[in-house]
Design a protein around this ligand. Structure first.
Ligand code: TYC
Length: 102
């Protein structure tokens, strides 16, 4: 019994059905209260940035309202958001971190 294109004897181009998993941007949002050096520390600790990279991203967020910390698979992005928000709350800072599908 022929069950599919391979067994049917008919040559056809199979459509690619397996899509790569979606990626998510992790974004940091600006606020008026979180200290700049705290944000730099967050970017170094949770996103493996150098102090120089972290300072550039922090300043972009400060000036433009938001900035990308990194791009990750969904579960990794969700964990980063939780870790950053939890860390900020522990230090009584209102820092906001969100994720967005690319
Ligand atoms: N705007 C803050 C300040 O002037 C600094 C800051 C930068 C806060 C980035 C949040 O995601 C942020 N202290």
């Amino acid at each position: 019994m022929a069950t599919g294109p391979r067994e049917s004897g008919v040559l056809e181009v199979e459509k690619q059905k397996v899509k790569p998993p979606p990626l998510y941007k992790v974004l940091l949002l600006n606020d008026d209260y979180t200290p700049m050096d705290f944000v730099v520390g967050v970017l170094q600790s949770f996103f493996s940035m150098t102090r120089e990279q972290a300072t550039q991203v922090m300043l972009k967020v400060h000036r433009e309202g938001m900035g990308v910390c990194g791009v990750f698979p969904k579960d990794v992005a969700a964990t980063k958001v939780e870790q950053v928000v939890s860390h900020a709350r522990q230090h009584q800072h209102p820092l906001q971190c969100v994720m967005e599908e690319t």
